[in-house]
Design a protein around this ligand. Structure first.
Ligand SMILES: Nc1ncnc2c1ncn2[C@@H]1O[C@H](COP(=O)(O)OP(=O)(O)O)[C@@H](O)[C@H]1O
Ligand SMILES: [Mg+2]
Length: 253
């Protein structure tokens, strides 16, 4: 892969009308995070899902960028992991202790790609067990495509931003989803907070599952205790009673 390929891929992308109007290429600072391979991955997902354009960035974090992508018939969410800033030592404990993924490390392979596959697999488990979460649709290297949660005007708010009078109901549903995740899917979210729960049409959706681990992970208990501790703190801060029923039967087997 040389400079020539760089230009060919970029040119292909830039030549697509859809990209011309988007902040994606025109915003110099943002485009810098996409290396040539990432552009190729984005391009492939564009083709496979007949995506027309990348809309505004919903979120731009240290480790990933989240875009609303406009398809022929519906909207999607494209999560693009920054290959340069996803820190190996930060994510390694969540991969190595998880029996579903431990073998990937031994066979080698790119850590970011394992991470993305892990998020994809966790979202699939949610789908299989009827847990509210984005539906995983496609994956290509460090790019993940999932269903969009929100209205035409804006993505669904996080629990922390929801109107006060609706917080208790959304928290209760989030805790019910979490209970199903643990008991039925056998997965611990391990980064649960009011930032990783989206509230949409009276349902709470668990998001951001790259770090979520199997219950068999040696630190599963600690991760779960931390999840519950954070939700309890949120609950208390908002004057909501943290109900026992939210955490019963989570510790079994
Ligand atoms: N499927 C989705 N639909 C709507 N908004 C989403 C979706 N997934 C993520 N987001 C938005 O993007 C933000 C960042 O996504 P997240 O998966 O939490 O990544 P990060 O690792 O950067 O926290 C979320 O807080 C949420 O506001
Ligand atoms: Mg998040």
């Amino acid at each position: 892969m040389g400079e020539q390929d760089d230009r060919t891929t970029l040119k292909k992308l830039i030549d697509m009308d859809e990209f011309k109007n988007s902040s994606f290429i025109t915003d110099k600072t943002e485009s810098l995070v996409f290396d040539q391979r990432t552009l190729e991955s984005i391009y492939k997902i564009f083709k496979d899902f007949d995506i027309r354009s990348l809309d505004y960035p919903i979120s731009s974090g240290k480790e990933s960028l989240v875009y609303k992508a406009i398809g022929q018939k519906k909207s999607y969410v494209m999560k693009i992991f920054k290959t340069s800033t996803l820190r190996f030592h930060n994510i390694r404990p969540y991969i190595e202790g998880d029996p579903r993924f431990a073998h990937f490390r031994k066979t080698g392979g790119n850590i970011v790609q394992i991470w993305v596959r892990k998020e994809y697999a966790n979202l699939l488990e949610c789908e299989d067990h009827g847990i509210n979460a984005p539906k995983p649709l496609g994956i290509n290297r460090n790019v993940l495509l999932m269903s969009y949660i929100g209205t035409e005007r804006s993505p669904a708010p996080k629990l922390k931003d929801v109107e006060e009078e609706k917080r208790e109901a959304y928290l209760a549903d989030a805790m019910m989803q979490y209970g199903k995740l643990v008991r039925e899917a056998g997965i611990i979210h391990a980064d649960l907070s009011e930032y990783n729960i989206l509230c949409h049409r009276n349902k709470s959706y668990l998001i951001d599952m790259g770090q979520a681990v199997s219950k068999k992970h040696p630190m599963a208990r600690e991760f779960m205790a931390r999840d519950l501790q954070i939700m309890k703190a949120y609950s208390e801060k908002n004057g909501i009673k943290f109900r026992d029923e939210w955490i019963t039967k989570l510790e079994e087997n």
